[in-house]
Design a protein around this ligand. Structure first.
Ligand SMILES: *Cc1c(COP(=O)(O)O)cnc(C)c1O
Length: 453
């Protein structure tokens, strides 16, 4: 058997899968942050186009992928599904390990799948400029490619430590014509407030979101774009799993275990939701689906299911999700894309209903797994994706114990070739594992907004 399973451009799926009508319990309504009442579409129209607001609450199971979006996808999609023969051999496991390689996309991760769709729907409604935040730069660089394609302007608020310490993705954004600012800035009230308190603030994703949302809300022809968490983002990412289903059909296989890293939940949702459809309908009751996170930002494994803000200043709608509290400051781990305090409401709903599982790992063991993967399969995983590699190795080793030839598939959400500084830290034995005491976690639960339910 070939180690790569390809689909032709013609075979690319033409519809996204919307999990909302199939969830075991209805999704809790988002609340207006000021009134704490269910949010109206009007509240959202200041920052999002109507098409995305509709997708956010749509009960339609399949949604057409616009032709122009499919055209841009076809620059790199369908992405290959690989069989990790050499990793299987090294582990001596009877399990079959597959991975979907989203690092093959422009900017090197899955984020382009929603970036292109969001830019397209905004452009359709006459929006000329988007504003967003980015941590290590994966989301900002993906969106800069998309806005460049559609001839739109882009302003990016990049977490200040990353702006200075991780300049390469900033350069990619600038090459695509985006204006990138080190957040917190003096350009917004939320940024100014933080700087007054602490002029040396290193910034955080929560602060950068506040800045971007504030700007979008106060400018009628500017909209905001978010790279994860929201229902419409999960929807656009399902192209990953829809392709993977077709690829498994080609080789006559079907996964027993699906694994992906989870920061805000989008690459996890993208791979797993199209398969979870079979579990939710009762045809694949035994399918196991595992979300993997860092032990130092343990949203699913130690967080609380509650209404919380998506940002630090409290401008975003309140979402019911697993959260560590909007003031939680995760330790400075190298998997920047997994340092978010909350989790997508859809993913949170599925965990609460026991449809999925969650696991967490410390960063040194995750980097060990990344090294083994590079040495066997030849691809350096992004530190985020390496969490999925680690979990896949553990499940494959369990199969060795039980002598079961299970089929495991994980999402290799991105490559790590722009994260070499982190791998250098690892090689020089300068990498630390952080402990997160129970008191630290409980402290931030106290800041959760009080909601009568
Ligand atoms: C952003 C990112 C993640 C985490 O975000 P999700 O929305 O949870 O997918 C994971 N892997 C890579 C490569 C990323 O860039």
């Amino acid at each position: 058997m070939d180690n790569r399973i390809y689909l032709s451009t013609k075979e690319m799926p033409s519809k996204y899968y919307n999990i909302l009508p199939d969830l075991p319990t209805p999704l809790a309504m988002p609340l207006n942050p000021a009134t704490k009442q269910p949010i109206s579409p009007n509240d959202l129209a200041a920052i999002f186009p109507n098409a995305l607001i509709e997708q956010e609450v749509s009960q339609q199971r399949f949604i057409d992928i616009p032709e122009e979006v499919r055209e841009i996808y076809s620059l790199s999609r369908p992405t290959p599904l690989y069989r990790a023969f050499r990793l299987e051999k090294l582990l001596g496991t009877p399990a079959k390990i597959y991975y979907k390689y989203e690092g093959a996309n422009p900017a090197g991760s899955h984020k382009i799948n929603t970036a292109v769709a969001q830019a397209y729907y905004n452009k359709q409604e006459g929006v000329k400029k988007l504003v967003t935040e980015t941590g290590a730069g994966q989301w900002g660089s993906a969106l800069s490619i998309a806005t460049n394609h559609f001839g739109m302007e882009l302003e990016v608020y990049m977490v200040k430590v990353s702006y200075h310490q991780k300049p390469y993705r900033r350069t990619i954004m600038q090459l695509h014509g985006a204006n990138v600012y080190a957040s917190p800035t003096n350009r917004t009230n939320s940024g100014k407030a933080i700087l007054e308190e602490n002029p040396d603030s290193p910034g955080s994703l929560g602060i950068a979101i506040s800045e971007a949302v504030e700007l979008a809300a106060s400018n009628p022809d500017v909209n905001y774009a978010l790279g994860s968490v929201l229902n419409h983002v999960m929807l656009h990412q399902t192209i990953i799993g829809e392709e993977t289903r077709l690829q498994f059909e080609k080789v006559g296989d079907y996964p027993d275990i699906i694994i992906a890293s989870a920061g805000g939940g989008s690459n996890f949702a993208g791979l797993s939701f199209p398969f979870l459809r079979d579990k939710l309908s009762g045809t694949k009751k035994d399918l196991r689906v595992i979300a993997v996170e860092p032990s130092s930002c343990p949203t699913l494994t130690r967080g609380k299911l509650a209404y919380d803000f998506g940002d630090t200043a409290g401008y975003t709608p309140l979402l019911k999700m697993y959260t560590l509290g909007h003031n939680f400051m995760p330790p400075a781990i190298h998997a920047g894309g997994l340092r978010y305090h909350g989790m997508a409401p859809t993913v949170s709903n599925l965990l609460k209903n026991n449809m999925i599982e969650a696991m967490s790992f410390k960063q040194i063991e995750v980097f060990d797994a990344a090294k083994i993967f590079l040495q066997t399969e030849g691809i350096l995983p992004a530190p985020e994706s390496a969490h999925a590699v680690k979990a896949a190795m553990i499940e494959a080793e369990k199969c060795k114990q039980t002598k079961e030839g299970k089929t495991i598939v994980f999402n290799l959400s991105g490559h790590g070739f722009l994260d070499l500084a982190s791998f250098e830290t690892y090689l020089n034995n300068k990498m630390e594992d952080y402990q997160l005491p129970e008191e630290t976690i409980f402290r931030y639960f106290a800041d959760l907004p009080q909601i009568d339910e």
